[in-house]
Design a protein around this ligand. Structure first.
Ligand SMILES: *Cc1c(COP(=O)(O)O)cnc(C)c1O
Length: 469
């Protein structure tokens, strides 16, 4: 049987358990799924830290020689093994040939990023000419908004989430001020319904329908960093554009996580960072997308020599031959040392497809959800099970790989107990853990070990000693 055949995760787990004659929660099920996972070999292309190398590990509690339980690829992806080799090649080239490196070797620095744009475009569902690799995420968001946000007295609002990532919130706020408008009046914040954590698609579409005439730009995330909610980008794009708004997405948590079709959906612009699911290392080279329909009409507000056509760029005659579309938005020559690790990671992505990764992801995250619901309860009145509520939507179409687990207790102590035992994950105080089983390198065994370790950590934390979960 193929456990990745698209049945619901709980059906798959029960079938495997029956086959093996064990419980769906037993470690044997995880081992079986890993054995039948056609993408499991991709993990070998990454460096998974050993528990003993992680600073908070307590080696009296756990075997330090084991690989850590790394579930924080939503914050910083693991290092692709080839990153070091590529970096060494460029350092060597620099050492031996100096300035000649600009035009020589397999990765000439003067156009090194151009060689990996197609690999990047494949991951976000774009054409290579629609993608530029440059700067950092927030910088790109600003550059794109400078061109796409054209407020008028009647149409000046930007629609975003009430709890957008702080950098996006500040970027939007400052763009509104830059145009002489008042963020109090021009930032339209989408709030979940009272008592709910995530936004309903119907509510988003209704706000666009009702307020669209005053909205200049819809700028949401693709996947919400805190709740893990995957927005219906196709429907939001369609609704926004129908009302005459331009529609952009910050895909920081979506790129390399969800299956994106930026071109097909007709998204006006998008940007993303590359150090989360795209594994390029902290502060890595970010991405920008402008749909080809805008290639001759949307111009960069700020110019630099890297926006000039490569063929004549180095004639230096100060007569700008602007590249069409997003390529014209480049400002500076590219940091080759950031191109190397991104290339290493994108090559791994291109050994498979986002479609195949997503298939695995649905089962992997479904497995995490299944185990969490088995051992923990969303009912605070359940005396024998710790309280854990999953705030990420339970509909797989409305989430990527991350689940955000909300506890009834302050989470810090539990988090520390997890860290002592070799778990790397993300804590959002006061009570949320964000857990991201990444299909590129995480295994079913990782998820199984995590849940077992979480049970131990909950018991070990003082709270359980007092008998309160
Ligand atoms: C990670 C993240 C950022 C970080 O911005 P940088 O410019 O890369 O520092 C911004 N926005 C969102 C939505 C993010 O998830």
């Amino acid at each position: 049987m193929d456990p990745f055949d698209g049945s619901t995760p709980s059906d798959t787990l029960k079938r495997v358990a029956t086959l093996l004659g064990c419980s769906p929660t037993s470690a044997g099920v995880a081992a079986y799924l890993d054995k039948h996972d056609k993408l499991s070999h991709l993990r070998e292309q990454f460096l998974v830290p050993k528990i003993s190398d992680l600073p908070p590990s307590d080696l009296s509690l756990v075997d330090g020689e084991q690989e850590c339980i790394y579930l924080v690829g939503n914050s910083l992806g693991l290092q692709p093994k080839m990153a070091r080799k590529y970096l060494e090649e460029e350092l060597e080239k620099w050492a031996k040939t100096g300035v000649h490196g600009h035009t020589e070797g397999s990765r000439p620095w003067a156009w090194a990023e151009n060689n990996i744009e197609e690999l990047m475009a494949n991951v976000v569902g774009a054409k290579p000419e629609e993608v530029a690799l440059m700067n950092g995420l927030t910088v790109n968001l600003h550059l794109l908004m400078l061109s796409f946000y054209r407020p008028t007295a009647a149409r000046h609002k930007i629609l975003l989430e009430s709890k957008a990532f702080p950098s996006d919130h500040y970027a939007v706020e400052s763009q509104i001020r830059l145009r002489g408008f008042d963020p109090e009046k021009s930032m339209l914040l989408l709030q979940p319904r009272l008592g709910e954590e995530t936004l309903r698609t119907a509510d988003i579409l209704r706000v666009i329908e009702q307020e669209g005439d005053s909205i200049a730009m819809v700028m949401l995330s693709g996947v919400q960093y805190y709740t893990g909610q995957l927005f219906d980008m196709a429907a939001i794009t369609e609704a926004g554009q129908r009302k005459g708004c331009c529609v952009g997405f910050d895909c920081a948590h979506a790129a390399g996580n969800a299956e994106l079709k930026l071109h097909e959906w007709g998204v006006d612009f998008a940007c993303w960072c590359s150090y989360k699911y795209l594994n390029s290392g902290a502060g890595g080279l970010a991405g920008a997308f402008i749909h080809e329909k805008h290639k001759d009409t949307i111009k960069p507000a700020l110019l630099g020599w890297w926006g000039h056509d490569l063929k004549t760029r180095f004639k230096m005659n100060n007569v700008l031959e602007l590249q069409p579309g997003v390529s014209g938005f480049r400002l500076s020559n590219q940091p080759i040392l950031l191109v190397c690790p991104l290339q290493a990671s994108l090559e791994v992505f291109n050994q498979t497809s986002m479609q195949a990764l997503r298939r695995k992801s649905l089962l992997l995250t479904g497995y995490l959800e299944y185990l969490s619901r088995h051992y923990f309860s969303e009912d605070p009145a359940q005396p024998d099970k710790p309280y854990v509520r999953i705030i990420t939507p339970s509909d797989p179409q409305q989430r990527g790989c991350q689940l955000s687990l909300c506890f009834s207790i302050h989470i810090k102590k539990v988090f520390q107990e997890l860290e002592k035992r070799g778990v790397a994950c993300d804590m959002r105080e006061p009570s949320v853990l964000r857990i991201a089983p990444v299909p590129l390198y995480n295994s079913f065994n990782d998820v199984h070990r995590f849940i077992q370790t979480l049970r131990t950590a909950l018991t070990a934390s003082i709270i359980s000693k007092n008998g309160i979960y």
